[in-house]
Design a protein around this ligand. Structure first.
Ligand code: UDP
Length: 238
């Protein structure tokens, strides 16, 4: 399958059409942004790691009953995926307080929840991706109640699977962001990526941050952290 016209260029990926109208090719870049694009940089090798990590995790989720857009890894940075219409929601699942949750509610980072939480943001750069509740989602027709049910179920199932897997790697899954899409027949599937760009991953023993917070917060060792997470994933992903 060949890349044809580029139809989208985002912060971390380029997306191309193929001869098959139902399939796209995603090409992962090393570019990193944070704070709604205010901070920009490069994380050398990130595109390769995010591509390979996302693909392995999506295949794991497929096996556990979460349908995904993954079709085939084509190269170090390129993957063939099912074409979807993205539901404009960031679906955030949290096991431990961190980031915007800690800021919003004034709770320390690291507070472990009894049960995971789920929240939605409206994906809209101009508005700064505002938090949105389910009645608001219905009111402005971002997703139907049935679609939201599926999204919630898949997101919480993904959390169970990913949390257990990262735990086996000695990594605590603090929180993560998912995006879902609709196939042409309306079926909801998981899309976008699952990587250290979109998850908070802390070393279970030392608490060391092994994710994009190293970039966001200028902690240094960004490339090493991504490589370490990938190394552990390879070691434990049979
Ligand atoms: N996240 C993301 N993209 C976004 C916002 C958040 O991938 O545009 C991820 C982030 O990496 C973290 C989780 O979602 O794993 C929760 O992020 P939070 O709401 O705490 O926002 P942040 O503190 O990153 O602004």
């Amino acid at each position: 399958m060949q890349k044809l016209e580029m139809i989208y260029e985002g912060k971390a990926k380029r997306v191309y059409v193929t001869e098959d109208p139902a399939l796209l090719i995603v090409d992962y870049k090393d570019d990193a942004t944070a704070f709604n694009g205010e901070k920009k940089g490069t994380i050398v090798g990130k595109g390769i790691i995010n591509n390979q990590m996302s693909n392995r995790l999506m295949q794991r989720l497929e096996r556990a009953g979460v349908p995904t857009h993954f079709v085939q890894e084509l190269s170090e940075r390129e993957t063939l995926v099912k074409r979807v219409q993205i539901v404009p929601l960031e679906v955030i699942v949290r096991n431990t307080a961190a980031g915007s949750f800690s800021k919003r509610y004034g709770v320390e980072e690291g507070l472990v929840f009894d049960e995971p939480t789920i929240e939605f943001s409206y994906k809209n750069d101009a508005l700064g991706d505002p938090l949105i509740n389910t009645t608001h989602i219905a009111a402005i027709h971002l997703a139907t109640p049935e679609e939201l049910d599926a999204i919630r179920r898949y997101a919480l199932r993904a959390n169970e699977v990913l949390r257990a897997f990262w735990a086996s790697c000695g990594i605590t899954l603090v929180d993560f962001k998912l995006e879902f899409g609709r196939l042409s027949d309306g079926t909801i599937i998981l899309a976008d990526e699952i990587s250290p760009d979109t998850c908070r991953l802390w070393d279970s023993k030392t608490g060391e941050k092994l994710d994009k917070d190293r970039f966001r917060r200028d902690l240094g060792g960004v490339e090493d952290a991504y490589a370490e997470v990938m190394r552990r994933l390879r070691e434990h992903d049979e």
